[in-house]
Design a protein around this ligand. Structure first.
Ligand SMILES: [Zn+2]
Length: 288
């Protein structure tokens, strides 16, 4: 058996861990590597870290059709085993709008309205409302039938149900694409970035937020033993865990130049997550 030491200096404990050989369908989404280190087991899931590039991800990787089934009404209303907590009042918490107004200000350092903005994983539409109020021409995209209907009926938003590639948007027709807390939920984050590259105009902006896998546990010792090794672990919904290094690599390889990366610490409601703003600098051809 091949044993190795995990020398990561971020949020992972240093420990001797086995090297795993991944099945072809579970190969790393970032570098296609098939050798990984076990980070933790939360049955029925395993979290592994690619030995080549450091990306952390769930194996076995669910099929897209299965991954999207969880985003039903119970997910958004806190009635189900996954998703928002019952006391979070996600749909009614209007203070969330402030966060998206702040994000719009970060976007508008690089691109100003008017223009076309596509919000992927728009859920009930907080981000779209913030953008529409500021003069953007907005389209939302989400796989959740419940969220899409809610956004349309409650807020009269323009929303497509499906994935971004499903929407078949014309090439180079969009000024800004946003993915707030989206790429950790999709089985193939590279596919989302390649499609984003295709639909953005030259110089267009991609803005995203995702957990920062390198962020150290802010409350070590308080976790259940299974999660102590990786406090961000949420394998029922989060399938890939990016660090600043791995997200920058993915964006670079899909034709973007990162112009701003912020990681949020203790005291911020975004603690443990990062926001990344990247300009399309190169046209990438989708894989054949
Ligand atoms: Zn890799």
């Amino acid at each position: 058996m091949n044993h190795t030491v995990n020398n990561d200096t971020g949020g992972f404990e240093k420990m001797r861990q086995e090297s795993l050989l991944l099945a072809p369908q579970d190969a790393c989404n970032l570098c296609n590597g098939n050798e990984a280190i076990l980070v933790l087991e939360l049955p029925p899931h395993r979290l592994v870290r690619c030995r080549q590039c450091g990306l952390v991800f769930v194996v076995p990787r669910p099929l897209l059709a299965d991954a999207i089934k969880i985003y039903d009404e119970a997910y958004f209303t806190g009635q189900g085993p996954l998703g928002y907590k019952p006391d979070e009042n996600y749909l009614g918490d209007e203070s969330r709008l402030e966060l998206f107004v702040e994000r719009m200000l970060s976007i508008e350092r690089y691109r100003k309205p008017p223009g076309v903005m596509v919000d992927v994983g728009c859920a009930s539409g907080f981000s779209l409302r913030a953008a529409r109020d500021r003069g953007w021409d907005c389209l939302g995209v989400d796989v959740s039938e419940f969220a899409v209907n809610f956004a349309r009926e409650r807020y009269n938003l323009n929303v497509f149900r499906g994935t971004l590639p499903d929407a078949l948007l014309p090439g180079e027709s969009v000024d800004v694409v946003t993915m707030w807390d989206l790429i950790e939920h999709v089985p193939d984050a590279r596919r989302e970035c390649v499609e984003t590259n295709r639909i953005l105009r030259p110089g267009g902006l991609l803005a995203l937020a995702t957990p920062d896998a390198d962020f150290p546990d802010p409350d070590p010792g308080s976790r259940e033993p299974a999660k102590a090794a990786f406090w961000q672990a949420d394998p029922g919904e989060h399938l890939q865990y990016f660090s600043p290094a791995t997200i920058c690599r993915l964006l670079h390889e899909t034709g973007f130049h990162v112009v701003n990366l912020m990681s949020f610490g203790v005291g911020d409601r975004r603690m443990g997550s990062m926001e990344v703003y990247a300009i399309k600098t190169q046209r990438i051809l989708p894989p054949a």
